[in-house]
Design a protein around this ligand. Sequence first.
Ligand code: ADP
Ligand code: 5GP
Length: 216
Amino acid sequence: MAPDALNRLPTDTDDGMVLVISGPSGAGKTTITRAVERAFGDAVFSVSATTRARTPADVEGVDYHFVSEEEFSRMVEGDEFLEHAGVYGKRYGTPRGWVMEQLRRGRLVILEIDVQGAINVKRSLPEAFSIFVLPPSEEELLRRLRDRRREDEARIQARFSQARNEIAAAQTCGVYDRFIVNDNLESAINEAITQVRSERARRREKARMRDASGTR
Ligand code: ADP
Ligand code: 5GP
């Protein structure tokens, strides 16, 4: 038996795909990401490490691993991150080992990360599929940031003023495969699910054609 076969689980497939979801704070990324996660039986969400403070809405190990600056630096030195970046003055990082393991098992691995992170992920995993979530307008973005009641007004304004830069960077960096405007939530969720489903079907078909031509 091939050594790799020993490590294969009954649920493993060759369908692995990294899905990057980005967008300015308040655009609706988390809401859409969690809906996409529920829609695919093999989807897993990559829990980043962060030095930002935990809010009452956050669950340790589900939304983030909340770590100290020292712990984060130790993880960087140990090469534990696929990518890491400073966002709004705090540090965030994607766990390399876990992501690669899930990808190898054939899962849909969802990374909810910022534009810098997406650029770096595409550099090491060019086959990652990336979606950028846009708000319908600046006014609506500000309303959603406030509605969430997660940050104080100063932090809300800081996130709001970053939004234009983030959107401009996303539109020029060439990393995003799809842009989705999150106006009506249900339509945006359906669009994201449809995009992911068709991309996976396209890749499966490509692999089938490749295998078929290889065995002829
Ligand atoms: P992000 O993860 O991009 O920061 P969230 O998913 O936390 O954004 O969404 C920000 C707020 O906007 C939340 O209160 C969420 O319920 C709300 N929201 C998300 N999408 C919509 C939408 N299409 N219409 C109205 N409110 C929305
Ligand atoms: P929040 O503090 O609102 O949860 O996230 C702030 C920003 O950090 C969001 O744009 C989110 O996508 C991004 N982010 C979360 N985790 C990571 C990560 O591991 N890497 C990078 N580069 N960005 C992240």
